[in-house]
Write a protein that binds this ligand. Structure first.
Ligand code: GDP
Ligand code: MG
Length: 284
C-alpha cells in the first residue's frame, strides 16, 4: 500500500501544476521567433506586442494615449533582428569584462547600449532573456537584491556591446552615483540607455533620480517596464497609462513608446531585441 502512495507522491512532486503549464511551455519554446510565428495570431500578438494587447482594453478615444506604433517593425524585421542575438561560430556573444570605473571599461569602437534600474527591477533577468539564443553567456541572476555592483560588459559579435549597470536604491554601492553618472556622461559610444521600471509598482523615488540624470545629460533613453507577468491586466493597464502620462508630460529625452516585458513569459522580448538591433544600426 505504501509504495503506490509513495509513487504518487513522487509523481506529484515532479508534475508541473496546471496553472503553470502554459508558462513552462512559453519558457522552453518561445525563445526563438520561428516558434512564436507558429502560434495562433492573437496569442502571437500578445507575446510579441504586449502594448497592443493592452491597447485593446481601452475605449477607441483613449487608445491614442498609448503610443503603440512609433516603433512598429514587421514580423520579417523581428526575424532578421534575431540573427543579431543568435550565437554562432561567426557571431560570438559573450561576457567581456566588469569594471567599477569608466577608465577600466573596455575600449571598443562598436555601439553600446546600457541597462539601468533599481536593484531587483529585473535587469539581469532581462539581459538573460535577451541572450537566451546564446545560452552559454553567463548572466548572473541573484535571489538577493544588490548583486550587480559592477558594470558588466557583454559583446554581441561585431554588432554592439551591452552593459548591465549596478542597481540603485536598496543596498546600492556607495560610489554608484559616481560610477553611473560618469559612465552616462562620458561614454562616447553609448547609443541608448534602457531604464527599467518595475511595472508592478510603477515609478518610484529612486527611479526619478535616474530619470533626472538621463534628462540632465540629454541622453536618449527608453523606458522598459519589467515583470508584466506579475500583474492582472487591469493593474498593468493602470500602471502603463500612468507611466505613459509621465513620459509624455515630464520628459524630453525618453522615447515616447514604452516597452513592457516579462523575462518569464518572454512577452515583449522579441520586439526589444528588434529595437536594439535597429538603434545600433544592425537591421539593414
Ligand atoms: N515574475 C517575474 N519575476 C522576475 C522577472 N524579472 C525578474 N524577476 C525576478 O526578480 C528578482 C530580481 O531579478 P534580477 O534580474 O536579479 O534583478 P536586478 O537586480 O535588476 O538584476 C529575481 O528573483 C527574478 O527572478 C519577470 O519578468 N517576471
Ligand atoms: Mg542584476
Amino acid at each position: 500500500m505504501a509504495i503506490p502512495r509513495l509513487r504518487h507522491a513522487v509523481r506529484t512532486l515532479f508534475e508541473v501544476p496546471a496553472a503553470l503549464r502554459p508558462l513552462s511551455r512559453a519558457c522552453s519554446t518561445f525563445h526563438a521567433f520561428t516558434d512564436v510565428l507558429r502560434l495562433p495570431k492573437r496569442q502571437m500578438t500578445k507575446l510579441v506586442f504586449p502594448l497592443r494587447e493592452l491597447e485593446r482594453q481601452l475605449t477607441p478615444d483613449s487608445r491614442l494615449d498609448l503610443h503603440v506604433k512609433i516603433f512598429d517593425p514587421s514580423l520579417e524585421d523581428i526575424s532578421k533582428a534575431e540573427a543579431v542575438f543568435t550565437a554562432t561560430s561567426r557571431n560570438r556573444i559573450s561576457y567581456l569584462s566588469s569594471a567599477v570605473r569608466l577608465d577600466h571599461a573596455p575600449d571598443l569602437p562598436s555601439p553600446e547600449v546600457c541597462f539601468i534600474g533599481r536593484s531587483n527591477v529585473g535587469k539581469s533577468s532581462l539581459i538573460k532573456a535577451l541572450f537566451s539564443l546564446a545560452p552559454e553567456v553567463e548572466v548572473r541572476v541573484s535571489k538577493k537584491p544588490g548583486h550587480t555592483k559592477k558594470m558588466n560588459f557583454f559583446k554581441v559579435g561585431k554588432y554592439f556591446t551591452l552593459v548591465d549597470m549596478p542597481g540603485y536604491g536598496y543596498r546600492a554601492p556607495e560610489d554608484f552615483v559616481d560610477m553611473v553618472e560618469t559612465y552616462l556622461k562620458e561614454r562616447r559610444n553609448l547609443m541608448r540607455t534602457f531604464l527599467l521600471v518595475d511595472s508592478v509598482v510603477g515609478i518610484q523615488k529612486t527611479d526619478s533620480i535616474a530619470i533626472e540624470m538621463c534628462e540632465e545629460f540629454a541622453l536618449p533613453y527608453v523606458m522598459v517596464l519589467t515583470k508584466i507577468d506579475k500583474s492582472s491586466k487591469g493593474h498593468l493597464l493602470k500602471q502603463v497609462l500612468q507611466i505613459q502620462k509621465f513620459v509624455d508630460r515630464e520628459t524630453q529625452g525618453c522615447f515616447p513608446q514604452l516597452f513592457p516585458v516579462s523575462s518569464v513569459t518572454y512577452s515583449g522580448i522579441h520586439l526589444l531585441r528588434c529595437f536594439i538591433a535597429n538603434i545600433t544600426g544592425n537591421l539593414d
